[in-house]
Write a protein that binds this ligand. Structure first.
Ligand code: PNS
Length: 162
């Protein structure tokens, strides 16, 4: 049985994340969607909100579980006996950072492999930060995030009339 982790801040989840999670769930027996702490970012949504958004929007498949972890991804992989870390790669610009993380995670836990999935062309430019910026200025984010959480995001950021 191959167990994979899809880690991220998911602040908030976008169609880009959902695509990677869905594809991972077809490749591996179990997929743990792990809401983690990125020390380089200050989240806009609480951990509970980010988990709730994921639960409301990711496909209802029996092999996907949403969990959270406050610590190193390598330790989470060890604790959960996971084999694979799945990361989506958008452009070459993602590669250097992700490559560094993959090597560090492998140093910390020799049993875990990182697998990169190229993002869908439609999601090449899509990021949670971009969604938040568009929402702050009252732009339309419906092409980037599922309809179930559209109102929650708009309400949080847009201070004009909704
Ligand atoms: O969605 P993000 O913000 O790009 O996800 C990055 C995340 C949360 C996966 C990364 O910051 C992470 O793994 N955080 C846990 C702490 C850790 O293990 N850091 C990497 C050490 S090499």
């Amino acid at each position: 049985m191959v167990k994979a982790i899809c880690p991220g801040s998911f602040d908030p989840v976008t169609f880009g994340h959902i695509d990677i999670i869905t594809r991972a769930s077809k490749m591996f027996d179990v997929v743990l969607v792990a809401v983690m702490v990125n020390p380089e970012k200050k989240p806009s949504f609480t951990l509970e909100e980010r988990i709730d958004f994921l639960k409301r929007t990711i496909p209802d498949r029996s092999n996907i579980q949403v969990v959270s972890f406050n610590g190193l991804l390598a330790d989470f992989a060890k604790e959960t006996n996971s084999d694979i870390i799945v990361k989506g790669l958008r452009a070459v610009s993602d590669f250097e950072y992700e490559f560094q993380m993959a090597l560090a995670n492998r140093k910390l836990n020799t049993d875990v492999e990182t697998v990169f999935l190229p993002t869908k062309a439609d999601n090449m430019f899509l990021s949670s930060s971009m969604v938040k910026q568009i929402a702050k200025f009252g732009g339309d984010i419906s092409q980037f995030v599922p309809s179930e959480i559209l109102y929650d995001i708009t309400k949080r950021f847009y201070k004009g009339e909704v």
